[in-house]
Structure formats: C-alpha cells, structure tokens
Ligand binder design. Structure first.
Ligand SMILES: [Zn+2]
Ligand SMILES: [Zn+2]
Length: 493
C-alpha cells in the first residue's frame, strides 16, 4: 500500500488494515489493465459487462471501496442492484409526509473528466500502479486511445473509482441537513445514487435549487466534475421523474394519492426498437433461431422490471413484439394465406393463443419445439431493499446476507431445487447436531467459507443447518464440514 508518512490519510490507513487481514492488495501492472479493457462502445453501454471480469486490482480495491462507500450508493457494488436504488426512492418518497420534490442529478460525462490529481491523492491504491493505469490509455475497437484527463473508459475498476470519487456526498448532505436535531429533519434531504446517476429528495423546490444544488456543485468541482445544466432539473413527485429506466410518480385523485413505479416510456421504446431491429436484420434465420436470439433479450428486460408495476406494460410489449413477428412472417411468405401463416408460426399453446413457435432438429435428429417467451409470463415480485450500511466484506453482516440469500432462494423455483439438492446431499441431517432438518425445525443455509472472506454462493460452499445451530456456528466461530453422503463413499471404497 501507499507509503506511510505524510500522505497517509484515513483512506490509506484503512487499506493497510485490510492488507494485514484477509484481503491482500495485489500488485498489478498497467499492461494487465490494457488487456482487460472492455472493447465496447463509449459511456453507458460499456458499464454493463463490468461485473463479470474481476482483475485483481478491482478485487483488492473493492473491500476498501465498500467500507468507505456512501450507504445509499447502489451502483457497481457487491450485493446491491438497481432494484435496491429504486426501492430506496420508494421509501424516501412514497408516504405523504415524505419529501415531495426531487433533484435529478446528471454529471457531465463523469468517467472521462475525473481529475487525475484528486484521484492520486484520495484513492487508496499503490500510487505508482494507479498512475501507470491512469496514463495507460484504453483500447477501443483495436485503437489505443491515450487518456489525458479521465480514468480509462471501460476500465474494469473505473466504476469502483467513480464510486469512490463520489462517495462522501451523502455525508456532506446529511451534515448540512441532519435527519434529527433542531429542525427534526424538516429538509427531508435524501441522496440515492447509482454510479454517476443520482437523485436528491427535498421538502421544497427552493431548498433544492438554492441550498442543495450549490453544495453538490462545490463537491463536484473539487473532483474536476460538473453538473450538466440542461439535464439537472428539480421536479415535483406528481409530475414524475425517470430514474434507472423507471418512472417514479405519484398520482392524485381528490385527496387520495397513489404511488407508482413503472418501466419508463424511454426504456420500453429502446427495448422494442432493439427487438424490431433484430427481427428486421434476421436475414434468413429460421423461426427457432430467431426465438433463440429474442428470448434472452425479453427475459433480461422483463427481469429488470419485475420488481415494479409492470404487468400492463409487459402485455403491451408482448403485443408489439407479436405485431413485428407477424410482419416478419408475412414478408417471408408473401403468397401464403394468413391462415397458413397462423398455423405454421403462431399455433395455440394450451390456454395461450397465438404463440410464436419454431421447430428445430437436435444433433441426434430429434424434432424439438421452441416457443417465444412472453414478458408477461415473468412473475412480478417485490424486492426487499438491502440495508443501507450493509457491507458484504464485514463479517458482522455475514448472517444478514445469508438470510437475504435464503429468502430469495425460497421465492424462486430454481432456488428451491438447489435447496432440495443440498438437503439430499446431507441426507436431511444437520452436520452440527446430527438431527434431522424438517419443515418444523426450519433451516438456514450457511457458507462454509464465509462470504465476507471470499466464499462463493455456489452449492459446493453451502450447507443447511438448524437456525439455532447456525447461530452457534457464528457466535462460536465453529468450522463446518460438508457431510459426505455415505453411499458415494462406499462406492468409492
Ligand atoms: Zn442442528
Ligand atoms: Zn452462516
């Protein structure tokens, strides 16, 4: 870590603490980053794939970033998602005594304007490496671009660095507008941030425009950033605003109000445009190949919006996709009657009528049928927000995250299948007390290597325990062995 001495500020001290503990800060040279740069388009789109690859520096920086992070920052952090950010908006705005005004913040091209100087003095990372990395440039479409001011575009750690650059804003706001105290939180100022996208709630328009906005601008200026004047606006909640692809709005009818979060018009439009483009450019793909391409797109979009009021919009999207496919089929068979097309491509599937269907042959020569996924078949499911201060690298939060995972697994069919697999694997017995785990005793799933120490969520790292045995394991820091099924051991011998 950074040399101890003059430069060692609070962030750097924390880092040393980590490097003495479980997480070792790796050394990495600039060329590794160059190789790892995402080869994607500029700005927004490249943010999508970042979670997938984790070079060592991101891994080593992440625990520090998590510890210093703003509690209500949700983008590019382990164990948090956009759904958590939306849920935080819901909590801050839903009730009638909550804030009614929102400042939508938009930072002008955040990632390529961060000041190098500020980063070098404030990011707890080996200075030489960071410097090399900042100067390394990035490779996009096989061209090396030198970086003069911002962090390399599409760099894997750049969201982490962007997060770290903007951390502290929430504390700054809460020190000016305390939730408790003399004014009793009358200002109702809350910051909800997803990477560089954020909104701030407030009690009045004047407060947000005249007091909050200058504070934010000052904060950003220190870091070489600025707000975009045309996109940063203050809106009333009854007008509604878009945040992370969803529209958050309160509807008033007489004295009664209703709070709705729906997929935003823009998000629906972009999604449908992508689908139509794919269909149009499908060339001579067969129906089954086309379905193979469309289904992941539909599933991804619907899963993103499953936490909000989406059912009607899902139905409308399905209808629009149907129309595009109908046109596709008509174009393919110009001289066939409609009835023939309907029977060939849109047969009825049980209670669902007009389901786009393709037929293909497997490698073994068997005929298989594949159906288009309907967005409306994705179940709407409420999301429970992660607790704002929760930190997945802190052992104190271990049980909290385990419980969260259990709830999620129980709610989904795939999760329940996993649980059954785990239960069978240990013959239905708890490895701590050797008693049976039943519906009445209940169960918790425990990570053999703790998550906070880098353990995975996979089946091979999990074991089912009684709730009380689980408590014992955590309070006494017991080690749990995965029970080996007897039959398999015998077979080997
Ligand atoms: Zn037990
Ligand atoms: Zn546990």
């Amino acid at each position: 870590m950074g040399k101890p001495g003059k430069r060692q500020n609070k962030r750097q001290r924390l880092c040393t603490r980590f490097s003495n503990g479980d997480i070792i800060l790796d050394r990495c040279d600039a060329s590794t980053f160059q190789r790892a740069m995402a080869l994607r388009g500029p700005s927004q789109s490249q943010l999508c794939g970042i979670g997938r690859c984790k070079p060592c520096t991101r891994l080593s920086l992440d625990p520090v970033a998590e510890t210093l992070a703003d509690p209500n920052s949700y983008g590019f952090r382990s164990a948090r998602s956009a759904a958590d950010a939306i849920e935080a908006c819901f909590i801050a705005l839903c009730q009638n005594d909550r804030a009614q005004w929102v400042l939508e913040g938009d930072i002008r091209s955040c990632f390529d304007r961060i000041s190098h100087e500020w980063l070098l003095t404030h990011i707890p990372m080996e200075q030489a490496i960071l410097k090399k990395w900042l100067k390394a440039g990035y490779i996009e479409r096989r061209c090396l671009h030198a970086t003069e001011e911002g962090t390399p575009q599409g760099g894997i750690i750049s969201p982490v660095i962007a997060n770290m650059t903007l951390d502290g804003l929430e504390q700054l706001l809460s020190s000016h507008f305390p939730k408790k105290g003399r004014n009793g939180g009358k200002a109702k100022v809350n910051l909800i941030r997803y990477a560089d996208d954020f909104c701030i709630t407030g009690a009045s328009k004047e407060l947000l425009e005249q007091e909050v906005k200058p504070l934010v601008e000052q904060f950003l200026r220190e870091r070489g950033l600025e707000l975009s004047t045309e996109k940063t606006v203050v809106t009333h909640i009854e007008q509604g605003f878009d945040f992370l692809g969803q529209t958050i709005r309160k509807y008033r009818r007489g004295k009664r109000t209703k709070f709705f979060i729906t997929p935003s018009k823009k998000s629906v439009k972009v999604f449908l445009r992508k689908i139509r483009k794919r269909i149009k450019e499908s060339g001579d793909l067969t129906a089954s190949e086309l379905i193979g391409e469309l289904n992941p797109m539909i599933r991804g979009w619907a899963l993103y919006h499953r936490q909000v009021v989406s059912k009607d919009i899902f139905h409308a999207a399905d209808h629009a996709i149907f129309q595009a496919l109908w046109r596709w089929a008509r174009r393919r068979h110009r001289h066939k009657p409609r009835r023939w097309i309907k029977e060939r491509y849109f047969p009825d599937k049980g209670p669902n009528r007009w389901v786009f269907t393709g037929v293909f042959k497997t490698e073994k020569g068997k005929t298989r049928v594949i159906h288009l996924l309907a967005a409306s078949s994705i179940r709407i499911e409420r999301h429970t927000k992660v607790k704002a201060p929760a930190n997945p690298y802190d052992p104190a939060w271990e049980e909290y995250f385990e419980k969260r995972l259990d709830v999620r697994m129980n709610a989904r069919l795939k999760g329940r299948r996993w649980l059954r697999h785990l239960w069978k694997e240990q013959n239905g017995l708890c490895p701590i007390c050797n008693q049976r785990i039943t519906k009445i005793t209940g169960w918790h799933s425990h990570h053999i290597l703790w998550r906070s120490k880098g353990g995975s969520d996979g089946v091979e790292n999990r074991v089912l325990l009684h709730p009380t045995c689980h408590q014992q394991v955590h309070s006494q820091k017991l080690h749990v062995e995965k029970p080996r099924p007897v039959t398999r051991a015998l077979r080997k011998a």
